[in-house]
Design a protein around this ligand. Structure first.
Ligand SMILES: [Fe+2]
Length: 246
């Protein structure tokens, strides 16, 4: 059994295409999408048109929810430009997404944590504006009641595997389309992968247990960078081009 885990595509259709092409050599049994698929000033409409027919098992992320739970006037600058590209069918697809799913009988998937779509499961933001790894007990408590041996999450855009009690492993594949960001709530902070590659993970069931392998796919990001730059989103352009905020 081989699972391909994609997360945080964020409307970057060219990164998504590169990952889908790369997946052809791995031939996974199942491809799952851990949410935050569309929100960004990049190519939300094109990304939705590509994803809908694939019918991947998909959970709703905080940035997906923000496309359907508030009026456009209240949307932030990740959602507003995406929302303008989306059709009624695209928005209904988002409304119909579950917050968590179990696939293949033993793989649990959610966007951020089982309890909340906007809390990083394994990273904690420090007052310095940097992220650190949470303690084992802080991570474990969020997995209480989830007995599946493979647990998948996204949201922090940070590829990582954490061993949990009971022979469980928690895997975050990193972000397909957004290798960094800055934000000012609750205070100024930023996350940077320091590379612009499209990140995903393959997790294979072996005799020793679930084996994750992380992939970083080089792709031509120039079209996405130009869209961001032309739209006046210089930080997005910098992140997509370099993996650095600026
Ligand atoms: Fe998210």
């Amino acid at each position: 059994m081989k699972i391909a885990a994609l997360a945080d595509i964020h409307g970057n259709i060219d990164a998504l295409e590169a990952v889908l092409a790369d997946l052809e050599r791995h031939r996974p049994d199942t491809i799952v999408n851990l949410g935050d698929s569309l929100s960004s000033p990049l190519a939300a409409g094109e990304t939705a048109e590509r994803l809908l027919p694939l019918s991947l098992p998909t959970v709703r992320g905080n940035h997906d929810r923000a496309l359907v739970d508030r009026p456009e006037a209240d949307m932030g600058d990740w959602e507003a430009p995406a929302f303008r590209e989306l059709s009624g069918a695209h928005l209904q697809w988002i409304r119909d997404m579950p917050s968590a799913l179990v696939v293949e009988g033993e793989v649990y998937m959610c966007h951020a944590t089982p309890q909340n779509d906007d809390v990083m499961w394994t990273e904690e933001l420090l007052p310095s504006g940097h992220f650190t790894l949470k303690s084992q007990s802080e991570i474990e408590v969020l997995a209480e009641g989830i007995s599946y041996p493979l647990i998948l999450c996204g949201h922090s855009h940070t590829p990582r595997t954490v061993m949990l009690s009971g022979e469980r492993i928690l895997v975050n594949p990193g972000s397909v389309g957004c290798p960094g960001f800055s934000y000012n709530v609750p205070f100024d902070h930023k996350l940077e992968m320091a590379n612009p590659f499209a990140s995903y993970a393959i997790i294979e069931k072996t005799e020793a247990g679930w084996q994750p392998t992380f992939h970083q796919v080089r792709y031509d990001s120039s079209r996405m960078v130009k869209i961001a730059r032309d739209g006046g989103y210089d930080e997005w352009a910098n992140v997509i081009a370099t993996g650095r905020v600026g």
